[in-house]
Design a protein around this ligand. Sequence first.
Ligand code: S3P
Length: 430
Amino acid sequence: MEIGKITGLKGTITIPGDKSISHRSIMLGAIAKGTTNVHHFLTGADCLATIQCFRAMGIEIEENKDNILVHGKGLHGLRKPNDVLNVGNSGTTTRLISGILAGQNFDSKLSGDNSLNSRPMRRIMEPLQMMGANISSVLRNDCAPLYISKGELHGISYTSKVASAQVKSAIILAGLYADGPTSVTEPALSRNHTELMLWEFGADIRSKFKLDSTRATVSVAPCKELFGQDITIPGDISSAAYFIAAGLITPDSEILIQNVGVNPTRAGILQVCADMGADITLLNERTSGGEPVADILVRTSQLHGVTIGGPIIPTLIDEIPVIAVMAALAEGETIIQDAAELKVKETNRIETVVDNLKNMGCDITAADDGMIIRGGNRLHGANIHTLLDHRIAMAFTIAGLNADGITNILDSKCVDVSYPAFYDTFELLL
Ligand code: S3P
Protein backbone atom coordinates (compact mmCIF):
# COMPACT_ATOMS: atom_id res chain seq x y z
CA MET A 1 0.00 0.00 0.00
CA GLU A 2 1.44 3.38 -1.05
CA ILE A 3 0.73 6.37 1.17
CA GLY A 4 1.38 10.02 0.22
CA LYS A 5 1.41 13.23 2.21
CA ILE A 6 -2.00 14.71 2.95
CA THR A 7 -3.74 17.54 4.82
CA GLY A 8 -7.32 18.13 5.96
CA LEU A 9 -8.71 14.81 7.22
CA LYS A 10 -12.34 15.65 7.96
CA GLY A 11 -15.43 13.63 8.82
CA THR A 12 -17.30 11.32 11.17
CA ILE A 13 -16.38 7.65 11.43
CA THR A 14 -17.41 4.58 13.42
CA ILE A 15 -14.85 2.07 14.61
CA PRO A 16 -15.30 -1.74 14.42
CA GLY A 17 -15.94 -3.68 17.61
CA ASP A 18 -13.31 -4.14 20.28
CA LYS A 19 -11.03 -7.11 19.59
CA SER A 20 -10.52 -8.12 23.22
CA ILE A 21 -14.24 -7.98 24.01
CA SER A 22 -15.15 -9.79 20.77
CA HIS A 23 -12.92 -12.76 21.69
CA ARG A 24 -14.42 -12.94 25.16
CA SER A 25 -18.01 -12.77 23.88
CA ILE A 26 -17.48 -15.97 21.87
CA MET A 27 -15.58 -17.77 24.61
CA LEU A 28 -18.00 -16.99 27.43
CA GLY A 29 -20.97 -17.47 25.09
CA ALA A 30 -19.69 -20.96 24.22
CA ILE A 31 -19.38 -22.10 27.85
CA ALA A 32 -22.60 -20.42 29.01
CA LYS A 33 -26.05 -21.94 29.06
CA GLY A 34 -28.37 -20.53 26.39
CA THR A 35 -27.76 -18.20 23.49
CA THR A 36 -25.44 -15.19 23.55
CA ASN A 37 -26.41 -12.47 21.09
CA VAL A 38 -23.44 -10.31 20.11
CA HIS A 39 -23.75 -6.97 18.30
CA HIS A 40 -20.87 -5.06 16.67
CA PHE A 41 -18.57 -8.10 16.74
CA LEU A 42 -15.17 -7.57 15.14
CA THR A 43 -14.85 -9.85 12.12
CA GLY A 44 -11.06 -9.53 12.05
CA ALA A 45 -8.92 -12.63 11.47
CA ASP A 46 -8.02 -13.03 15.18
CA CYS A 47 -11.63 -13.13 16.36
CA LEU A 48 -12.62 -15.40 13.46
CA ALA A 49 -9.92 -17.81 14.68
CA THR A 50 -11.68 -17.88 18.06
CA ILE A 51 -15.00 -18.64 16.36
CA GLN A 52 -13.41 -21.50 14.38
CA CYS A 53 -11.86 -23.01 17.51
CA PHE A 54 -15.21 -23.16 19.30
CA ARG A 55 -17.00 -24.48 16.23
CA ALA A 56 -14.38 -27.24 16.17
CA MET A 57 -15.47 -28.07 19.72
CA GLY A 58 -19.12 -28.46 18.72
CA ILE A 59 -20.46 -24.96 19.39
CA GLU A 60 -22.95 -23.65 16.84
CA ILE A 61 -22.13 -20.02 16.01
CA GLU A 62 -24.32 -18.15 13.52
CA GLU A 63 -22.70 -15.21 11.74
CA ASN A 64 -25.49 -12.87 10.61
CA LYS A 65 -25.19 -9.44 8.98
CA ASP A 66 -26.02 -7.56 12.18
CA ASN A 67 -25.17 -9.98 14.95
CA ILE A 68 -23.49 -13.20 15.99
CA LEU A 69 -25.43 -15.88 17.84
CA VAL A 70 -23.42 -18.23 20.03
CA HIS A 71 -25.44 -21.26 21.08
CA GLY A 72 -23.68 -22.07 24.33
CA LYS A 73 -23.58 -25.57 25.76
CA GLY A 74 -22.65 -24.80 29.34
CA LEU A 75 -19.37 -25.12 31.22
CA HIS A 76 -19.00 -28.83 30.38
CA GLY A 77 -20.61 -28.89 26.93
CA LEU A 78 -17.55 -28.56 24.67
CA ARG A 79 -16.52 -31.69 22.77
CA LYS A 80 -13.08 -32.94 21.83
CA PRO A 81 -11.91 -31.33 18.58
CA ASN A 82 -11.03 -33.73 15.74
CA ASP A 83 -7.98 -31.74 14.78
CA VAL A 84 -5.40 -29.27 16.07
CA LEU A 85 -7.11 -26.00 17.02
CA ASN A 86 -5.76 -23.29 14.70
CA VAL A 87 -5.28 -20.05 16.62
CA GLY A 88 -3.71 -18.18 13.67
CA ASN A 89 -1.90 -15.00 14.74
CA SER A 90 -3.93 -14.56 17.92
CA GLY A 91 -2.23 -14.48 21.32
CA THR A 92 -5.55 -13.72 23.00
CA THR A 93 -7.20 -16.83 21.52
CA THR A 94 -4.25 -19.01 22.53
CA ARG A 95 -3.86 -17.87 26.11
CA LEU A 96 -7.54 -17.51 27.03
CA ILE A 97 -8.64 -20.73 25.38
CA SER A 98 -5.85 -22.58 27.23
CA GLY A 99 -7.51 -21.63 30.52
CA ILE A 100 -10.80 -23.08 29.30
CA LEU A 101 -9.21 -26.22 27.80
CA ALA A 102 -7.40 -26.91 31.08
CA GLY A 103 -10.82 -27.50 32.65
CA GLN A 104 -12.13 -29.97 30.04
CA ASN A 105 -12.37 -33.75 30.19
CA PHE A 106 -10.71 -34.21 26.80
CA ASP A 107 -7.26 -33.54 25.40
CA SER A 108 -6.53 -30.92 22.76
CA LYS A 109 -3.70 -29.36 20.85
CA LEU A 110 -3.42 -25.79 19.60
CA SER A 111 -1.05 -24.14 17.19
CA GLY A 112 -0.79 -20.90 15.21
CA ASP A 113 1.31 -19.11 12.61
CA ASN A 114 5.09 -18.55 12.90
CA SER A 115 4.72 -15.35 14.91
CA LEU A 116 2.26 -16.93 17.34
CA ASN A 117 4.31 -20.09 17.74
CA SER A 118 7.32 -18.04 18.82
CA ARG A 119 5.54 -16.04 21.55
CA PRO A 120 6.11 -16.95 25.23
CA MET A 121 3.63 -19.38 26.75
CA ARG A 122 5.52 -20.19 29.98
CA ARG A 123 3.60 -17.28 31.50
CA ILE A 124 0.33 -19.26 31.25
CA MET A 125 1.76 -22.77 31.51
CA GLU A 126 3.31 -22.11 34.91
CA PRO A 127 0.16 -20.90 36.74
CA LEU A 128 -2.08 -23.43 34.99
CA GLN A 129 0.28 -26.24 36.01
CA MET A 130 0.23 -24.92 39.59
CA MET A 131 -3.55 -25.31 39.42
CA GLY A 132 -3.12 -28.96 38.41
CA ALA A 133 -3.55 -28.55 34.66
CA ASN A 134 -1.71 -30.80 32.21
CA ILE A 135 -0.38 -28.33 29.68
CA SER A 136 2.90 -28.69 27.83
CA SER A 137 4.80 -27.17 24.95
CA VAL A 138 4.98 -29.83 22.21
CA LEU A 139 8.46 -28.71 21.08
CA ARG A 140 9.57 -28.14 24.73
CA ASN A 141 10.47 -24.52 23.93
CA ASP A 142 7.76 -22.91 26.11
CA CYS A 143 5.89 -21.84 22.97
CA ALA A 144 2.90 -23.20 21.03
CA PRO A 145 2.04 -25.79 19.77
CA LEU A 146 0.53 -26.57 23.16
CA TYR A 147 -0.89 -29.90 24.30
CA ILE A 148 -3.53 -29.86 27.04
CA SER A 149 -5.07 -32.92 28.68
CA LYS A 150 -7.49 -33.60 31.51
CA GLY A 151 -6.36 -32.52 34.97
CA GLU A 152 -8.04 -31.84 38.32
CA LEU A 153 -7.95 -28.07 38.86
CA HIS A 154 -7.42 -26.48 42.26
CA GLY A 155 -7.79 -22.83 43.22
CA ILE A 156 -4.54 -20.91 43.69
CA SER A 157 -3.44 -17.41 44.67
CA TYR A 158 -1.07 -16.40 41.93
CA THR A 159 1.18 -13.37 41.73
CA SER A 160 2.07 -12.58 38.13
CA LYS A 161 5.35 -10.88 37.21
CA VAL A 162 3.73 -9.19 34.21
CA ALA A 163 0.60 -7.05 34.00
CA SER A 164 -1.05 -9.12 31.29
CA ALA A 165 -4.78 -9.51 30.73
CA GLN A 166 -4.12 -12.65 28.73
CA VAL A 167 -2.31 -14.32 31.64
CA LYS A 168 -4.87 -13.07 34.16
CA SER A 169 -7.77 -14.25 31.99
CA ALA A 170 -6.30 -17.72 31.39
CA ILE A 171 -6.06 -18.24 35.16
CA ILE A 172 -9.53 -16.80 35.85
CA LEU A 173 -11.13 -18.98 33.17
CA ALA A 174 -9.42 -22.10 34.56
CA GLY A 175 -10.56 -20.91 38.01
CA LEU A 176 -14.19 -21.36 36.93
CA TYR A 177 -13.42 -25.11 36.78
CA ALA A 178 -11.35 -25.30 40.00
CA ASP A 179 -12.37 -26.84 43.33
CA GLY A 180 -11.78 -23.64 45.32
CA PRO A 181 -11.37 -19.89 44.87
CA THR A 182 -8.64 -18.57 42.57
CA SER A 183 -6.99 -15.18 42.70
CA VAL A 184 -4.48 -13.36 40.51
CA THR A 185 -2.42 -10.38 41.60
CA GLU A 186 -0.65 -8.35 38.94
CA PRO A 187 1.89 -5.52 39.22
CA ALA A 188 -0.50 -3.03 37.57
CA LEU A 189 -4.09 -3.37 36.45
CA SER A 190 -4.35 -4.82 32.93
CA ARG A 191 -7.55 -4.60 30.84
CA ASN A 192 -10.49 -5.97 32.84
CA HIS A 193 -12.91 -7.08 30.13
CA THR A 194 -12.90 -10.71 31.30
CA GLU A 195 -13.87 -9.62 34.80
CA LEU A 196 -16.65 -7.28 33.61
CA MET A 197 -18.10 -9.82 31.18
CA LEU A 198 -17.89 -12.78 33.57
CA TRP A 199 -19.82 -10.72 36.12
CA GLU A 200 -22.54 -10.08 33.52
CA PHE A 201 -22.65 -13.83 32.76
CA GLY A 202 -23.29 -14.60 36.44
CA ALA A 203 -19.85 -15.58 37.77
CA ASP A 204 -18.80 -14.71 41.31
CA ILE A 205 -15.81 -12.51 40.48
CA ARG A 206 -14.42 -9.58 42.47
CA SER A 207 -11.60 -7.10 41.83
CA LYS A 208 -9.54 -4.97 44.18
CA PHE A 209 -7.46 -2.23 42.56
CA LYS A 210 -6.62 1.41 42.28
CA LEU A 211 -6.03 2.55 38.71
CA ASP A 212 -2.54 3.96 39.25
CA SER A 213 -1.48 1.39 41.83
CA THR A 214 1.28 -1.21 41.56
CA ARG A 215 -0.98 -4.02 42.74
CA ALA A 216 -4.32 -5.28 41.45
CA THR A 217 -6.04 -8.49 42.55
CA VAL A 218 -8.99 -10.35 41.09
CA SER A 219 -10.66 -13.38 42.69
CA VAL A 220 -13.09 -15.84 41.15
CA ALA A 221 -15.12 -18.58 42.81
CA PRO A 222 -15.67 -22.01 41.24
CA CYS A 223 -18.65 -21.74 38.91
CA LYS A 224 -21.71 -23.96 38.44
CA GLU A 225 -23.22 -22.23 35.44
CA LEU A 226 -22.83 -19.12 33.26
CA PHE A 227 -25.82 -17.65 31.46
CA GLY A 228 -25.90 -16.39 27.86
CA GLN A 229 -26.22 -12.60 27.46
CA ASP A 230 -26.99 -9.85 24.97
CA ILE A 231 -23.74 -7.99 24.31
CA THR A 232 -23.17 -4.79 22.36
CA ILE A 233 -19.45 -4.39 21.79
CA PRO A 234 -18.06 -0.83 21.80
CA GLY A 235 -15.67 0.38 19.10
CA ASP A 236 -12.07 -0.64 19.72
CA ILE A 237 -10.00 2.21 21.19
CA SER A 238 -6.89 0.46 19.86
CA SER A 239 -8.30 0.88 16.33
CA ALA A 240 -9.58 4.39 17.06
CA ALA A 241 -6.02 5.27 18.12
CA TYR A 242 -4.86 5.49 14.48
CA PHE A 243 -7.54 8.07 13.69
CA ILE A 244 -6.91 9.95 16.94
CA ALA A 245 -3.24 10.23 15.95
CA ALA A 246 -4.09 11.08 12.32
CA GLY A 247 -6.46 13.85 13.42
CA LEU A 248 -3.90 15.33 15.80
CA ILE A 249 -0.82 15.36 13.58
CA THR A 250 -2.29 15.89 10.10
CA PRO A 251 -2.64 19.65 9.42
CA ASP A 252 -6.15 21.13 9.19
CA SER A 253 -7.98 18.02 10.42
CA GLU A 254 -11.11 17.47 12.49
CA ILE A 255 -12.41 13.94 13.05
CA LEU A 256 -15.35 12.72 15.12
CA ILE A 257 -14.87 9.07 16.09
CA GLN A 258 -18.15 7.61 17.27
CA ASN A 259 -18.88 4.88 19.79
CA VAL A 260 -15.42 4.16 21.19
CA GLY A 261 -14.86 2.05 24.31
CA VAL A 262 -13.10 4.23 26.89
CA ASN A 263 -12.70 1.71 29.71
CA PRO A 264 -9.97 3.28 31.92
CA THR A 265 -7.92 0.06 31.66
CA ARG A 266 -7.65 0.77 27.91
CA ALA A 267 -7.77 4.54 27.61
CA GLY A 268 -4.19 5.46 28.52
CA ILE A 269 -3.70 6.92 25.04
CA LEU A 270 -6.21 9.67 25.85
CA GLN A 271 -4.19 10.68 28.92
CA VAL A 272 -0.94 10.67 26.93
CA CYS A 273 -2.49 12.78 24.17
CA ALA A 274 -3.76 15.27 26.77
CA ASP A 275 -0.26 15.40 28.30
CA MET A 276 1.17 16.05 24.81
CA GLY A 277 -1.13 19.06 24.41
CA ALA A 278 -3.82 17.46 22.22
CA ASP A 279 -7.18 19.04 21.46
CA ILE A 280 -9.47 16.07 22.21
CA THR A 281 -13.03 16.23 23.56
CA LEU A 282 -15.08 13.27 24.82
CA LEU A 283 -18.75 13.64 23.89
CA ASN A 284 -21.86 11.67 24.73
CA GLU A 285 -20.22 9.62 27.50
CA ARG A 286 -22.34 6.58 28.41
CA THR A 287 -22.17 2.93 29.49
CA SER A 288 -22.96 -0.01 27.23
CA GLY A 289 -22.98 -3.58 28.58
CA GLY A 290 -20.90 -2.60 31.60
CA GLU A 291 -18.26 -0.84 29.45
CA PRO A 292 -17.81 2.98 29.31
CA VAL A 293 -18.26 4.41 25.80
CA ALA A 294 -17.88 7.91 24.27
CA ASP A 295 -17.55 9.76 20.97
CA ILE A 296 -14.11 11.33 20.53
CA LEU A 297 -13.62 14.66 18.75
CA VAL A 298 -10.05 15.26 17.60
CA ARG A 299 -8.58 18.43 16.06
CA THR A 300 -5.09 19.13 14.72
CA SER A 301 -2.82 20.11 17.60
CA GLN A 302 0.74 21.22 18.22
CA LEU A 303 2.07 18.26 20.26
CA HIS A 304 5.07 18.18 22.58
CA GLY A 305 7.15 15.32 24.00
CA VAL A 306 6.31 13.51 27.26
CA THR A 307 7.59 10.71 29.49
CA ILE A 308 5.38 7.61 29.50
CA GLY A 309 5.96 4.82 32.02
CA GLY A 310 4.68 3.02 35.13
CA PRO A 311 1.12 1.70 35.64
CA ILE A 312 -0.23 3.55 32.58
CA ILE A 313 1.72 1.23 30.26
CA PRO A 314 -0.72 -1.75 30.31
CA THR A 315 -3.56 0.67 29.48
CA LEU A 316 -1.91 1.71 26.18
CA ILE A 317 0.43 -1.17 25.35
CA ASP A 318 -1.05 -1.81 21.86
CA GLU A 319 -1.06 1.93 21.07
CA ILE A 320 2.67 2.47 21.59
CA PRO A 321 3.55 2.13 17.88
CA VAL A 322 1.18 4.95 16.95
CA ILE A 323 2.14 6.99 20.03
CA ALA A 324 5.76 6.72 18.81
CA VAL A 325 4.65 8.10 15.43
CA MET A 326 2.97 11.07 17.15
CA ALA A 327 6.09 11.60 19.25
CA ALA A 328 8.26 11.64 16.13
CA LEU A 329 6.25 14.61 14.86
CA ALA A 330 5.92 16.34 18.26
CA GLU A 331 8.34 18.99 19.49
CA GLY A 332 10.96 17.74 21.96
CA GLU A 333 11.82 14.41 23.54
CA THR A 334 9.48 11.54 24.36
CA ILE A 335 10.64 8.73 26.62
CA ILE A 336 8.71 5.45 26.65
CA GLN A 337 9.80 3.20 29.53
CA ASP A 338 8.59 0.16 31.54
CA ALA A 339 7.31 -1.34 28.29
CA ALA A 340 9.48 -4.43 27.84
CA GLU A 341 6.26 -6.35 27.00
CA LEU A 342 6.51 -4.73 23.56
CA LYS A 343 9.22 -7.27 22.76
CA VAL A 344 6.77 -10.22 22.93
CA LYS A 345 3.89 -8.87 20.85
CA GLU A 346 3.15 -9.98 17.25
CA THR A 347 6.65 -8.67 16.52
CA ASN A 348 9.32 -7.22 18.78
CA ARG A 349 7.66 -3.79 18.64
CA ILE A 350 10.64 -1.96 20.10
CA GLU A 351 12.66 -3.13 17.10
CA THR A 352 9.94 -2.79 14.44
CA VAL A 353 8.98 0.72 15.56
CA VAL A 354 12.55 1.98 15.98
CA ASP A 355 13.86 0.49 12.69
CA ASN A 356 10.97 1.84 10.62
CA LEU A 357 10.91 5.31 12.22
CA LYS A 358 14.69 5.56 11.76
CA ASN A 359 14.23 4.74 8.08
CA MET A 360 11.79 7.64 7.83
CA GLY A 361 14.36 10.09 9.25
CA CYS A 362 13.36 10.11 12.92
CA ASP A 363 15.98 10.56 15.64
CA ILE A 364 15.11 7.56 17.83
CA THR A 365 17.00 5.18 20.11
CA ALA A 366 15.83 1.77 21.30
CA ALA A 367 16.01 0.93 25.01
CA ASP A 368 15.56 -2.40 26.73
CA ASP A 369 12.11 -1.41 28.00
CA GLY A 370 11.02 1.16 25.45
CA MET A 371 12.50 3.93 23.32
CA ILE A 372 13.61 7.55 23.29
CA ILE A 373 12.28 9.72 20.48
CA ARG A 374 13.69 13.17 19.75
CA GLY A 375 10.77 14.61 17.81
CA GLY A 376 10.40 17.45 15.39
CA ASN A 377 12.39 16.20 12.37
CA ARG A 378 10.51 16.06 9.07
CA LEU A 379 9.75 12.45 8.16
CA HIS A 380 10.33 11.13 4.65
CA GLY A 381 8.73 8.19 2.85
CA ALA A 382 10.36 4.76 3.15
CA ASN A 383 9.60 1.08 2.69
CA ILE A 384 7.90 -0.02 5.92
CA HIS A 385 8.74 -3.57 6.97
CA THR A 386 5.63 -4.58 8.90
CA LEU A 387 6.84 -8.16 9.45
CA LEU A 388 3.10 -8.94 9.16
CA ASP A 389 2.31 -7.00 12.34
CA HIS A 390 -1.08 -5.30 11.91
CA ARG A 391 -0.32 -2.51 14.39
CA ILE A 392 2.93 -1.62 12.61
CA ALA A 393 1.10 -1.41 9.26
CA MET A 394 -1.56 0.93 10.66
CA ALA A 395 0.77 3.11 12.76
CA PHE A 396 3.10 3.69 9.79
CA THR A 397 0.19 4.50 7.50
CA ILE A 398 -0.38 7.49 9.81
CA ALA A 399 3.33 8.32 9.65
CA GLY A 400 3.17 8.11 5.84
CA LEU A 401 0.30 10.62 5.67
CA ASN A 402 2.64 13.11 7.34
CA ALA A 403 5.91 12.28 5.56
CA ASP A 404 7.45 13.81 2.42
CA GLY A 405 7.29 11.54 -0.63
CA ILE A 406 5.81 8.05 -0.77
CA THR A 407 5.66 5.58 2.11
CA ASN A 408 5.23 1.97 1.03
CA ILE A 409 3.59 -0.26 3.65
CA LEU A 410 4.79 -3.78 2.82
CA ASP A 411 2.28 -6.61 3.44
CA SER A 412 -0.39 -4.05 4.39
CA LYS A 413 -3.02 -6.80 4.13
CA CYS A 414 -2.01 -7.83 7.67
CA VAL A 415 -4.38 -5.10 8.94
CA ASP A 416 -7.05 -7.81 8.49
CA VAL A 417 -5.97 -9.25 11.85
CA SER A 418 -7.77 -6.50 13.76
CA TYR A 419 -9.19 -3.99 11.27
CA PRO A 420 -10.06 -5.35 7.79
CA ALA A 421 -11.78 -2.07 6.80
CA PHE A 422 -8.92 0.18 7.97
CA TYR A 423 -8.13 1.68 4.55
CA ASP A 424 -11.85 2.01 3.70
CA THR A 425 -12.43 4.05 6.86
CA PHE A 426 -9.65 6.37 5.72
CA GLU A 427 -11.38 7.02 2.40
CA LEU A 428 -14.28 8.54 4.38
CA LEU A 429 -11.99 11.28 5.69
CA LEU A 430 -10.46 12.43 2.39
C1 S3P B 1 -5.15 -8.52 25.14
C2 S3P B 1 -4.21 -8.22 26.09
C3 S3P B 1 -2.94 -7.55 25.77
C4 S3P B 1 -2.94 -6.93 24.39
C5 S3P B 1 -3.55 -7.84 23.36
C6 S3P B 1 -4.99 -8.18 23.73
C7 S3P B 1 -6.40 -9.20 25.58
O1 S3P B 1 -1.90 -8.51 25.82
O2 S3P B 1 -1.65 -6.55 24.02
O3 S3P B 1 -3.55 -7.22 22.10
O4 S3P B 1 -7.38 -9.21 24.82
O5 S3P B 1 -6.42 -9.71 26.71
P1 S3P B 1 -1.21 -8.93 27.20
O6 S3P B 1 -2.24 -9.44 28.08
O7 S3P B 1 -0.23 -10.00 26.85
O8 S3P B 1 -0.53 -7.70 27.69
